[in-house]
Design a protein around this ligand. Structure first.
Ligand SMILES: O=C(CO)[C@@H](O)[C@H](O)[C@H](O)[C@H](O)COP(=O)(O)O
Ligand SMILES: O=C[C@H](O)COP(=O)(O)O
Length: 961
């Protein structure tokens, strides 16, 4: 007997078929290898198999792309038929060699037709013709509607694989239908030769169902302490399926060795072989080849999924025609059935249910596949798949694992259905999260027609400027839009005011034509101190002219009320379930977009395309939001938690928006991924191994080649990278959504709630207390600098200073030298640390250039990530991460004296005092979290002061050389 069990069974008269199909395996030689080495002589497919092949892989993308105008069903059919044809051609030599006994490939009729005889008949004949190969078998279920169809289709000369058979009675109906079909042919004078059929009898599902009942029985018997009953039930575990198949085989022998069939046989008919299906063991307690070893018999087929086939080839046993025998483990089938009946198990009922469920499961797979194909078609039409490129090197595996896990946990579907438990297990947080998912539904909640009317009313009007007053999520997206698109012809300019620095407020005021300016007061809460202070200032400046104001806020906020009282020009009430940083596509982003003349239809269509491409039907492997989120989350978990975002020139402000989204959503509970934005692309040696690079590029942007080159060099040096190619700037409206979705997904990965910002309020509270002190004492509290130079003073708490002194000593630094103390801090960081420059200066050109130089040099010297944020703006963005994220930040707060000041109408403090109190409040909050933070206060010329910081960096650089 052959040594390989897969060939040995053939000698007993059993054929092994493969229960699997996939284009890749057809093309890369896997099928041929299985024919050659594993004795495979046929193939079965079903809707679940095609769902996995077509729906869950990218192998078919090219073929789908070539058929984008077809319906999902037509696309599926063209793919399936092409695979079946390729497989039939591959197995044709076997078909010829075995004289039409083997070499068949099965294709199932749509499971949606399982309850209609007529439609099944038509469909089976149509598919048989469409595949157009003699060795194809059309699969028809053995349902009540299927049985008459089988007879009819056999009579028409079609090869049939009857599927979903679970009971012996049903098997006998199938055999009867087959024989009748052949008899009709004989009667009609037609040939019965070469018409092949198999009857697919399912195994593991029967054991699954019966074992469940037995185990329930055992639990019940346990309650009564009935050990005899427990034992009787236990003895029957794992017996039902094999016993049932053996009984079916007896029927087979009776029918096909009987007189009636003899006549057909004489006319050249083949027997309808029983085919064992559902043969992978589902209960890991059972041997993985039990449905193969025990069911070997002449004139049978066993169709095996790849794993089971491999297991059988590896360690299967072939001990003759086991189907005819019993042994100590697998008992006599008749007695098994009697025992099961005695234990109250009605096999008729069990098998009937299994067939009904089986049809349903195939329908489910089929429908899922249709949705996936439709979604894939949409996705391919958008070009999004081709435009997202992962180059993650060794991290590929983690990311695909994360994708698979999320697919299995239905994360995308659960997010879309508003399931807050995706992020938190239980408790009131779930409800809070559920009230933060409105960004998913902007297409239904934002009234674009109303925005178009607003747009029309502004175009060519006397409004020359729009000033947006708002912080963080209420201002960042409009800023990106204006910086990217500018203003369209006939529309006003947009200025974003998000700083309490009096010089900046003055600069805005000086740059506008006040009477012709429209102010947008944008605040979700309606109570943000900066925003409302700006409002008070400009409301007074306009001479209390409410018609120069528009409010964007949540329902029933004090701002909504104010807008009504002061007769604002317009009020946009935003859905309350959209959090600030997820509000780009809500009124917070779209009202300013309308006012600067952005093409709203184009913007909305870009957003819509992306939103649809993120629907649950899109498989995890291609899902744009899930993929980006998986990359960010999985790499952060691997220590690549500094997310450097680079863009080409025209969309360079996108990073500021994404920075808030990622930092504030993920930086909490000591975890997070730190966005690093606005930096120049460095050389590989500027970075250590804590980076992930995310690159957004516009296809024909001005500096494309330069950035491409820089990024390529980083990738070649082994840094992981994901590139998102955008066809034009309007694609940003889609990106807003992709990044929001991705952030929600990364929040799931990092097990944090991505919709709250628990640590932002701490700086606010500290600021409030300082302002209270100011009110009571006429000045902000003063602390003692630990280095008191003439042009620069350094302040910090003892937790920050003590280790610095120690480090300084180790390096023989002068404890009183500012440069050397700073140098100690610059030198004294650990792997994974980052620097944050928190700048409370007015960013004129010269200052900005110097700060950028500091940033670049600091990165170069330390290879640490260096972030840059202007206060108080960053408080509404990275401020959350600084305090809530991991304690690996070193904070250098840069302040200066306020030269000119502006009063805030109705408040006892000025903008200048507020600005200073915000800096001091944040420093205090950082210290409260034991962060290494110090204040670098410039007392005099800014440029000179900043030079001192550069000197310290240079000092370290020189020491390093
Ligand atoms: O019907 C045939 C062969 O005719 C098979 O393709 C059959 O559908 C499969 O073996 C089963 O669906 C697999 O079932 P299971 O292992 O998932 O329980
Ligand atoms: O990111 C949001 C900012 O903290 C501002 O909040 P707000 O919209 O309630 O004014």
């Amino acid at each position: 007997m052959a040594e390989n069990p897969a060939f040995a069974v053939q000698e007993i008269g059993q054929s092994l078929w493969l229960d699997f199909i996939h284009r890749k395996a057809l093309q890369d030689g896997e099928f041929q290898r299985r024919i050659d080495e594993e004795g495979v002589v046929g193939v079965t497919s079903n809707p679940s198999i095609f769902q996995k092949a077509i729906g869950d892989s990218d192998t078919y993308d090219e073929a789908i792309r070539a058929n984008l105008d077809l319906s999902a069903n037509e696309i599926y059919e063209s793919l399936a038929i092409a695979d079946i044809q390729q497989a039939t051609d591959l197995f044709r030599p076997i078909y010829d060699k075995t004289n039409k006994q083997d070499g068949y490939v099965s294709l199932e009729v749509s499971p949606l037709l399982a309850s209609s005889t007529e439609e099944t008949i038509t469909e089976a004949k149509r598919l048989f013709k469409a595949v157009d190969r003699p060795n194809v078998m059309i699969k028809i279920p053995a349902t009540p509607a299927g049985i008459p169809a089988i007879e009819e289709v056999i009579a028409a000369g079609v090869n049939v694989n009857v599927t979903l058979i679970f009971s012996v009675e049903n098997y006998e109906q199938v055999a009867e239908a087959f024989i009748k079909g052949l008899e009709r042919r004989l009667e009609a004078g037609e040939s019965v030769e070469g018409i092949a059929s198999v009857a697919s009898f399912f195994l593991s599902r029967i054991d699954n169902a019966v074992d469940n009942i037995l185990k329930n029985n055992m639990r019940a018997a346990q309650v009564h302490g009935d050990t005899t009953r427990i034992a009787a039930n236990r003895r029957m575990l794992g017996q039902a399926a094999i016993a049932n198949a053996k009984l079916a085989y007896r029927s087979f022998q009776r029918v096909f060795e009987g007189q009636r069939f003899a006549k057909l046989k004489a006319a050249g008919a083949q027997v309808q072989r029983p085919l064992w299906a559902s043969t992978s063991t589902k209960d890991p307690a059972y041997p993985d080849t039990m449905y193969v070893d025990q069911l070997i018999g002449k004139d049978t087929v066993n169709t095996l999924p790849p794993n089971t086939l491999e297991a059988f080839v590896d360690h299967g046993t072939v001990e003759g025609a086991t189907i005819l025998r019993n042994n100590e483990t697998y008992l006599d089938p008749t007695s098994v059935m009697e025992n099961l009946a005695e234990l109250g198990i009605d096999m008729g009922q069990v098998t009937h249910r299994l067939q009904v469920d089986g049809v349903d499961a195939f329908i489910e797979s089929f429908e899922k596949l249709m949705q996936q194909v439709a979604a894939k078609r949409t996705l391919l039409k958008t070009g999004l798949i081709d435009r997202q490129k992962l180059a993650l090197g060794i991290y590929n595996e983690q990311v695909s694992k994360a994708q698979t896990e999320m697919d299995k946990s239905f994360i995308v579907g659960r997010i879309w259905s508003g399931d807050g438990s995706v992020w938190k297990d239980h408790g009131p947080t779930i409800e809070k999260i559920q009230n933060r998912l409105g960004w998913l539904h902007v297409l239904n909640t934002i009234d674009i027609e109303r925005l178009k009317q607003l747009q029309a009313s502004i175009k060519d009007s006397n409004v020359t400027n729009v000033v947006l007053l708002g912080m963080g999520g209420s201002s960042l997206a409009p800023e990106v839009m204006y910086k990217t698109f500018g203003k369209a012809e006939g529309f006003p300019e947009l200025k974003v005011l998000d700083s309490t620095d009096p010089a900046r407020i003055q600069a805005v005021e000086d740059s506008i034509d006040l009477p012709n300016t429209l102010f947008i007061v944008a605040s979700k809460s309606g109570g943000t101190v900066e925003t409302m202070s700006f409002y008070k200032h400009f409301y007074e400046k306009t001479g209390h002219n409410g018609s120069q104001f528009i409010a964007i806020t949540d329902p029933e906020t004090s701002l909504a009320q104010l807008a009504q009282e002061k007769a604002f020009r317009d009020v946009f009430i935003n859905p309350a379930d959209i959090g600030g940083r997820y509000s780009a596509l809500s009124y917070f982003g779209m009202v300013p977009a309308a006012l600067i003349g952005i093409d709203l239809d184009r913007a909305w269509s870009s957003a819509r395309t992306m939103i649809e491409a993120n629907r649950p039907e899109i498989p995890a492997a291609f899902h744009p939001g899930l993929t980006l989120g998986a990359v960010i989350g999985a790499l952060a978990k691997e220590g690549r938690d500094k997310v450097s975002i680079f863009t080409t020139a025209s969309i360079s402000s996108f990073g500021d928006w994404a920075e808030q989204l990622l930092a504030e959503s993920l930086g909490k509970e000591g975890k997070g991924a730190l966005p690093v934005v606005g930096a120049t692309v460095g050389k590989p040696h500027d970075y250590s191994s804590d980076r992930l690079f995310l690159y957004l590029r516009i296809d024909d942007d001005s500096n494309l080649d330069e950035v491409d080159e820089g990024i390529r060099t980083l990738r070649e040096a082994g840094h992981p990278r994901m590139t998102l190619r955008l066809p034009n700037p309007y694609a940003l409206f889609g990106e807003f959504f992709r990044w929001e979705f991705a952030t929600a997904v990364a929040g799931y990965q990092l097990e944090v709630n991505p919709f709250d910002e628990p640590n932002v309020t701490e700086a606010k509270e500290a600021t409030k207390e300082l302002l209270q002190h100011y009110q009571e004492h006429g000045s902000l509290p003063q602390s003692e600098p630990f280095i008191d130079g003439t042009s620069v003073k350094l302040y910090a708490d003892e937790t920050t200073v003590a280790p610095l002194r120690e480090l300084g000593r180790a390096h023989n630094y002068d404890e009183e030298s500012r440069t050397q103390v700073l140098a100690a801090q610059i030198t004294g960081t650990n792997t994974g640390d980052y620097f944050a420059l928190l700048v409370y200066l007015t960013p004129d050109e010269e200052t900005e250039a110097k700060i950028q130089e500091i940033r670049r040099r600091l990165r170069h010297v330390t290879r640490r990530a260096v972030t840059l944020g202007y206060g108080p703006r960053y408080l509404h963005s990275t401020g959350q991460f600084h305090k809530g994220g991991p304690n690996n930040g070193v904070f250098i707060q840069i302040t200066a004296n306020v030269e000119t000041d502006i009063d805030i109408p109705g408040e006892p403090y000025s903008f200048g005092t507020l600005f200073q109190a915000q800096a001091a409040g944040d420093l205090q909050a950082l210290h409260n979290h034991n962060r290494r933070a110090f204040r670098f206060h410039i007392d005099g010329d800014i440029d000179e002061g900043l030079q001192k910081l550069l000197d310290a960096i240079e000092f370290v650089e020189n020491r390093n050389q």
